[in-house]
Design a protein around this ligand. Sequence first.
Ligand code: AMP
Length: 281
Amino acid sequence: MEVIRKVNKMQEISDRLRREGKRIGVVPTMGYLHEGHLSLVRKAKESCNSIIVTIFVNPIQFGPGEDFERYPRDEEGDRKKLEGEDVDFLFIPEREEMYPLGYQTHVEVTEVSRGLCGDFRPVHFKGVTTVVAKLFNIVKPHVAVFGEKDYQQLLVIRRMVQDLNFDIEIMPGVLIREEDGIAMSSRNAYLSPENRKRAAVLYRSLMKGKESFESGEKRASALCKIVEENIKSVSEVTIQYVEVRDAQTLKSIERVDRPAVVAVAAIIGSIRLIDNMILGR
Ligand code: AMP
């Protein structure tokens, strides 16, 4: 695996790969990799023969007081994991390489970025779309894989790609969980053992919602209530939102009469966790 730190070097390599007729798949990440990330790499490999993983903890998608400074980092460990997956290139630029002095351009998707996480992290999606647009111009992929773990992000990126005519296929990867059901996340590393146990309530509650849906409850408000009440049964968990939305558009719905996503965000011991479950797919 070749490690690339410079934008122009990455662009040269991608140009060469394209000339050679390679199909480039990219998996953008912030590092501290786990099986969730690696599942996206495997997904990319299904349809691509040159795999590029990017690692960049993007400062502009973190708001003031969020965890940019203490976001976990482990370049050495990440490299080993990616080598184990036969990844071809790791693009891992420094902050100054991505945002040199004088940088002033941003990409913003309006509607889909609002609500859910957008309400609690006002600058987040603008930062994400900006960095992903830049990564697309640097890596020049045919395919980009994004996890359904960050469901709103996936739809925001899809919207951007459609609106800005990026000639890139956006491929979703299913949400990968730990054995106890908790969604894999780099941020789980911060949870104390007690909070790690508490955090599993998000998955259990989403499962209760899914069970009710499958036994006939179609009202979005009732499903939200079931999930919320289950989460509230565990102490020290502060809910930010529990919402049922149309899985394709993220618009609010009253009844789940088409595929829907139940999305939750909660704070557990100062760590913000998100999770979701798709209904009717
Ligand atoms: P991150 O490093 O958290 O920015 O995530 C990089 C990519 O991995 C995003 O597309 C995420 O949606 C995806 N991802 C993170 N956790 C998981 C997971 N548990 N299952 C599937 N994909 C994930």
